[in-house]
Design a protein around this ligand. Structure first.
Ligand code: KIV
Length: 285
């Protein structure tokens, strides 16, 4: 990496990347070492996503994730990152009650090391909150299209904005987020043409997940690209590794070696100095 690319990524970096048609890379992370690897690979942003609820905590969806959970994972991730922008999700109902509560919860994530927070939706209430956060010095990322925290009201995992009218509605919400100070918008499960149209009509970058190749950047869940998480794998995921197989091979081998006393070998063991060993053996005899 050259000096320029070693500098911490800021909102300005993303603005320049959009202007220069340079694609933005983003991945989720939930722990220190994974965040360190992702950062060292030059990834531009690391999202401490509330997908942690499924990938790490074993929940069915993101609804049960709390601010306290997010603070813990954000602290771990931030410690491993030097360059990428760390963005933390405001979890379910941590931002939909009052402006004051939203600001307090966002502040907890920023104090845990995030440089921005992401929130799902763009109701008038949320737009007001975005405005308040930005005016309080907190960078905000929006999230439109399929918004997992609304799974119960949406009623399933559906592609959003699947008509001309709905595309215009999405663009209108995206513009409102931009006007209220959001510096980036995640578009999830949106048709390629709709996401392209929205991206071309915004000044801020869009980051797609299941939204085609014309977004200004892409995000995926780290467990999905590593082939680790074996829940339902959505169509938009591309596994770049099969870490499940690597983990299972290693664990099977370990189990076998312990059962057959191959592990630990002498190289993995500590021994008494010779004179002490002599004394011990004489007593044992
Ligand atoms: O929580 C998450 O990981 C996310 C991404 C899927 C965008 O919000």
């Amino acid at each position: 990496m050259n000096n320029e690319s070693e500098k911490p990524v800021t909102v300005r970096t993303f603005q320049k990347m959009k202007q220069n048609y340079e694609k933005i890379t983003m991945l989720t992370a939930y722990d220190y070492s994974t965040a360190k690897y992702i950062d060292e690979c030059g990834t531009d942003a690391i999202l401490v996503g509330d997908s942690v609820g499924m990938t790490v905590l074993g929940y069915e969806n993101t609804i049960n994730v709390t601010v306290e959970d997010m603070v813990t994972f954000t602290k771990a991730v931030s410690k491993g990152v030097k360059r990428a922008m760390v963005i933390a999700d405001l979890p379910f109902m941590s931002f939909n009650i009052s402006k004051e509560q939203t600001a307090l919860n966002a502040a907890k994530l920023i104090q845990a090391g995030a440089k921005a927070v992401k929130l799902e939706g763009a109701s008038d209430f949320i737009l007001d909150e975005v405005n308040h956060l930005v005016n309080s010095g907190i960078n905000v990322v929006g999230h439109l299209g399929f918004t997992p925290q609304y799974i119960n009201t949406i009623g399933g995992y559906f592609v959003q904005g699947k008509s001309y009218e709905n595309t215009l509605k999405l663009l209108d919400l995206a513009k409102k987020l931009e006007e209220n100070g959001a510096f980036m918008i995640v578009l999830e499960m949106v048709p390629t043409e709709s996401a392209k149209y929205i991206s071309e009509n915004l000044n801020i970058p869009t980051i797609g997940i299941g939204a085609g190749k014309y977004c200004d950047g892409q995000v995926l869940v780290i467990d999905d690209i590593l082939g680790k998480y074996w829940g339902n794998t959505p169509k938009f995921v591309k596994p770049y590794a099969n870490i499940k197989e690597i983990i299972m091979n290693a664990v099977n081998q370990y189990n076998k070696e312990v059962k057959s006393s191959i592990f630990p070998s002498n190289e993995n063991s500590f021994f008494l100095p010779e004179n002490e060993r002599g004394k011990l053996y004489s007593v044992i005899k």
